[in-house]
Design a protein around this ligand. Structure first.
Ligand SMILES: [Cu+2]
Length: 121
């Protein structure tokens, strides 16, 4: 069996192992602003909705601008009433491109990271 095939098999096995477990990895299901959106009015917050309840102490949102400089943010908050939702307030944003970089831990304890962009006109 080739190395490539072995790797593919390992990936498939890994995927089926986690998909069938009671707890799933954090997976982003919706965001505000939406990925790839260009907004006429700068958003006042980033709101992310996940597939599972988040562990607040291990989950956070960061935002960087087009020069990859971090936008100064307060702590991200996991919604107490709906722990699948994490938000962070934004300062007034200039026109430009931004990237939201999130990391999230759900009850299975795995850290998952992701990012997406949005623009402000
Ligand atoms: Cu997992």
């Amino acid at each position: 069996m080739s190395l490539k095939r072995l790797t593919t098999l390992a990936v498939l096995l890994g995927a089926s192992c986690c998909a069938s477990s009671a707890f799933a990895h954090a997976r982003l299901q919706a965001s505000d602003p939406k990925a790839g959106s260009v907004l006429a009015v700068a958003p006042k917050a980033v709101r992310l909705t996940f597939n599972e309840a988040l562990e607040p102490s291990f989950s956070k949102i960061a935002v960087v601008d087009a020069a990859n400089a971090a936008v100064a943010l307060k702590h991200s908050e996991v919604d107490k009433a709906d722990p699948k939702v994490m938000t962070v307030a934004l300062p007034p944003l200039h026109a430009g491109q931004y990237r939201v970089q999130w990391s999230a831990v759900t009850s299975d304890g795995h850290r998952v990271k992701g990012e997406f962009g949005f623009g402000v006109k």
